[in-house]
Structure formats: structure tokens, C-alpha cells
Design a binder for this molecule. Structure first.
Ligand code: SAH
Length: 243
């Protein structure tokens, strides 16, 4: 069944109304007709099965048949502060991270980031589309949030959020040890460096701001791999990966 994220106002009184691009996609691209069913997500964590009742390229309507809580959203809200990478690599992280179950992405500028902050700002529209497509494909019921690109130091302003800093220079504290010490959490931040890694002084500043350096094991992972691996391991640790 085709899946669509819609604005909360698109569903009211048990009825769905689609306009614009989505109506055109239903009518022209997918060639759906009255009687066909689609799954609709309004970012509330609920999943609506909707039977189409009227389909035109400029407007489509339907009737909500069932509403169920989506089983795909992890109870742990993971925010990935990803140092800016080459644009295609960054896109890859957004797409795969959405599949893995990350709930928010914040592009951060680190000293060795190849892509400047201003270039990242221009990519936000494209990156939002990548997230939406990945969320639909992965059957997510909430669109991962995309934060504004910020300098690394601003990633630590929320003192209430525990933040892990995977760093290949960390010799002692492994991820599991760190998570066991942390205990149950509802929200967790993860900061991953750029292709060339973090500068030593960036790590020092992050630690001074409360980030906990952790090792992701003996092998060096590429920047675009590290966040995905860490996120999967964290969700698994907290029982958010199925049985
Ligand atoms: N310093 C290296 C590797 C950078 S890897 C170099 O100069 O090429 C890019 C990012 O991935 C790092 O900043 C870190 O956040 C993460 N990372 C990769 N492998 C890791 C490991 N084994 N443990 C912890 N973090 C790792």
C-alpha cells in the first residue's frame, strides 16, 4: 500500500483531503482510483488506512477506515549531530539513519568539515525531501526532524540531553559500558565527526561541555558509517530493535 505523509489538517472528521502534488501523484503518477486504499501518516505516530472516494489531479478525497498506532517509532528519541560531510555522503546518512530509526538530525560544522555551513543551508530543502522519502519507504510514522546547521559548540547547549561522542581516540570507554552507566533514557544525542575526524581541541571542548567520549570498537569506521552503526547498536541496547 502506498504511504503518504500529510499535514495534520489533511485529516478531519474521518475524512482525508489531498491537494497539490500529492493529489497529482495519486491521480496521475500512481493512477489510483476510488475504492483504492492508501496509508496516511500525519506525524502523530498514528497510521491511517484511507479508502479513496474521489480522485482528481487537483484534489483527492478519502474516508478513514482504520486508525492504529504505528509500530515503527522507537521509544528512544535519538538525535544525530552529524558533522557536515560531502553532500552526497550527508544525504546517505540522512536516508540510512531514517531507516535505522534516528528521530532527529542536526548538521554541525566541525573544523575539518569539507562542506561549509552556508552550503548546508542551501541543501535543507533537498535534505527534507530525502528524509520524507526515506521515512515513507521505511514505514516510519514520524518524519525525522532536520535541525538548522550549527557550529559544533552549539550542539551541547541543551544540558538536559545526554550526549555521546564516538571518538576513535577513546581507548577505555566502550559504547556498551557507557550505555549501561547511563541507564534508561528517553532522549540521547550522538555526535559524529567529519571525514577527517574531530580536531583534538574540539573533543576537549565537547567533553568540557558534558559530552561523553566513547569508542565504537577497534576498527575505524568512515564518518558516514559511524553514526548508523552507533544508532543501531544503541537502539538494540535499549530494546528498540524488535525481538
Ligand atoms: N581520525 C580518522 C577517522 C575519522 S572517522 C581520520 O583521520 O581519518 C570519522 C568519525 O567517525 C569520527 O570523528 C568518529 O566520530 C567516528 N568513528 C569512526 N570510527 C570510530 C571508532 N572506532 N570509535 C569511535 N568513533 C569512531
Amino acid at each position: 500500500m502506498h504511504r503518504f505523509f500529510v499535514t495534520p489538517e489533511a485529516i478531519a472528521g474521518g475524512r482525508l483531503t489531498l491537494a497539490g502534488d500529492q493529489a497529482r501523484q495519486v491521480a496521475r503518477v500512481l493512477r489510483l482510483a476510488p475504492g483504492d486504499r492508501i496509508t496516511v501518516l500525519d506525524n502523530s505516530g498514528q497510521e491511517y488506512v484511507v479508502e479513496l472516494t474521489a480522485v482528481r489531479p487537483d484534489a483527492a478525497q478519502g474516508r478513514v477506515v482504520t486508525v492504529t498506532p504505528a509500530p515503527t517509532e522507537p521509544a528512544l528519541h535519538l538525535t544525530l549531530y552529524q558533522a557536515l560531510l560531502k553532500a552526497d555522503k550527508f544525504e546517505w546518512v540522512l536516508q540510512k539513519g531514517t531507516e535505522v530509526g534516528i528521530s532527529a538530525f542536526v548538521p554541525v560544522w566541525a573544523e575539518r568539515s569539507i562542506l561549509p555551513l552556508e552550503a548546508a543551508e542551501k541543501k535543507l530543502g533537498r535534505w527534507t525531501a530525502v528524509l520524507q522519502e526515506a521515512a515513507e519507504q521505511a514505514h516510519r510514522a514520524r518524519l525525522p526532524v532536520l535541525g538548522d546547521p550549527i557550529p559544533l559548540r552549539q550542539a551541547f547547549h541543551d544540558r538536559a540531553l545526554p550526549v555521546l561522542l564516538p571518538w576513535e581516540g577513546e581507548q577505555c570507554r566502550g559504547l556498551r559500558t557507557a550505555l549501561e552507566a547511563l541507564g534508561p533514557v528517553e532522549r540521547l544525542g550522538l555526535v559524529i565527526g567529519p571525514e577527517g575526524g574531530f580536531a583534538e581541541r574540539e573533543v576537549e571542548a565537547a567533553v568540557a561541555a558534558g559530552a561523553l567520549p566513547v569508542s565504537l570498537g577497534p576498527r575505524i569506521l568512515r564518518a558516514e558509517t559511524a553514526g548508523l552503526v552507533a544508532a543501531a547498536a544503541i537502539l538494540y541496547h535499549y530494546g528498540q530493535w524488535g525481538g
